[in-house]
Design a protein. Structure first.
Length: 253
């Protein structure tokens, strides 16, 4: 989300873009030093993809969010979210995320069982439709008893490899805001070559998930996928509501 003033980028936005570019470049250099081809990711950055693992396939991912400096909107922090996804067959996958692992401050550890079902797979038209549900179960420093995130989305893949995703979501109270939140979720993926793709995703709305995240996705070896993105808040971006998002994905089989 870019802030403009009289046809020019706001200075805060230019600084934000510089930080994101530097972080993405460093992450790419670190990961490409490991090796080189992987499998499709199960989220773009935050928004789920319309990919569903085949029966018996297992995928692990670690998401790391880092803000290295204090700002008016958000102080410096780091957050770690591991997730495991398993193909259950019949176009269904199930998984478990563990959220709330934040520093500094007390962790608010939350178990998040997930399920995604591919309800339609077009043969030649490149269209896929999925529905999914995540259940939030706080287990440490609980601020609420339980919550839910449900979504439905459709993607269209073109012959060029470009994939566009669009859908809608609903978060129950206390998951991303004190009240219920509903809106749109969107994604864009564009292969740049056999190893690297540009990607971006966006949750609409002013809440804890309301971010636009552009970045790069790249394949490292036959099992590893790396992600380097920069999340920009739907509100207070010029006051510092933005941070790095780095992800590491591993296919076990």
């Amino acid at each position: 989300m870019q802030t403009r003033k009289q046809g020019r980028f706001h200075p805060d936005t230019l600084n934000l873009l510089r930080q994101g570019a530097i972080g993405a470049a460093l992450f790419i250099l670190a990961m490409t030093a490991l090796a080189t081809k992987g499998h499709a990711q199960q989220t773009i950055f935050n928004v789920p993809t319309t990919d569903v693992l085949d029966k018996g396939k297992v995928y692990f991912e670690l998401d790391v969010s880092v803000k290295p400096n204090d700002s008016d909107a958000v102080n410096k922090f780091s957050s770690f979210v591991p997730r495991l996804v398993v193909g259950a067959g019949n176009n269904v996958e199930v998984g478990l995320n563990i959220t709330g692992n934040n520093q500094p401050g007390a962790d608010s550890t939350t178990l998040v069982p997930t399920i995604k079902w591919k309800v339609y797979q077009g043969k030649d038209n490149g269209v896929v439709i999925v529905v999914g549900d995540n259940i939030f179960i706080p287990v440490r420093n609980r601020g609420y008893n339980a919550g839910n995130y449900v979504y439905a989305e459709v993607s269209k893949t073109f012959k060029s490899g470009t994939r566009i995703t669009a859908g809608g979501y609903d978060f129950t109270p206390n998951v991303v805001a004190t009240a219920n939140r509903a809106g749109g979720q969107f994604g864009f993926e564009q292969p740049l070559n056999k190893k690297v793709s540009f990607a971006a995703d966006w949750y609409t709305g002013k809440h804890a998930a309301g971010y636009f995240t552009p970045g790069l996705v790249f394949k490292v070896g036959s099992k590893i996928t790396g992600y380097a993105g920069y999340s920009i808040g739907n509100q207070n971006a010029s006051a510092g509501n933005h941070f790095f998002l780095l992800e590491f994905g591993y296919n076990f089989n």
